[in-house]
Ligand binder design. Sequence first.
Ligand code: URA
Length: 209
Amino acid sequence: MNPDQVLINIAEKIASCNKCDLHHSREKGVPGEGPSNAEIIFIGEGPGFHENMQGRPFVGAAGDFLVELLDGIGLKREDVFITNVVKCRPPGNRDPAPEELKTCSPYLDQQLQVINPKVIVTLGRFSMARFFPHAKISEIHGQPVQVKGMLVVPFYHPAAALHRPSLRSVVEEDFASLPELIKNAEKTPAVQSKDPPEEENQAEQLRLF
Ligand code: URA
């Protein structure tokens, strides 16, 4: 099956998913969007109000800022894949619960498997924690780490800079470093395994891709 079709199939599963309680309050599942051969994937936290209504990631204020940051480094949102660790909106924009993160995780595993990006940029602490469960974002943001053949770069969430203006220049500097990181990152070999990984440690899981 071609990669575009695999992504469509994943999106269809998300649209009708009822594996956790978030499906009760969601308007639309938000699988993510972008080319199946994207070199870079941005992973946010979860859909907010506008994303839930439109079924598209990062279309509210944080999305506008993300587009601005991408523009600053010569990228358009259509050039990259954008998704979240949870695909349905936590009510009232509360933090995703551990059980929701765990239940939703295979969808992201499968997207990563198909897209096989050069660089994974995590936006905010929830997507960072998927790869670095015990890290502090204030200590590791902007520092690329090779995780089982993929370059993972933890960034602050764009919304954090909207709430804390002092973070804006930090976020802009982190983004400014991306083109060089992308240029130097090696594309990992094509995926062999079709099964979503099941171990607890997400960094360990990526070995399978
Ligand atoms: N914040 C996120 O983390 N994801 C979105 O899609 C929108 C806002």
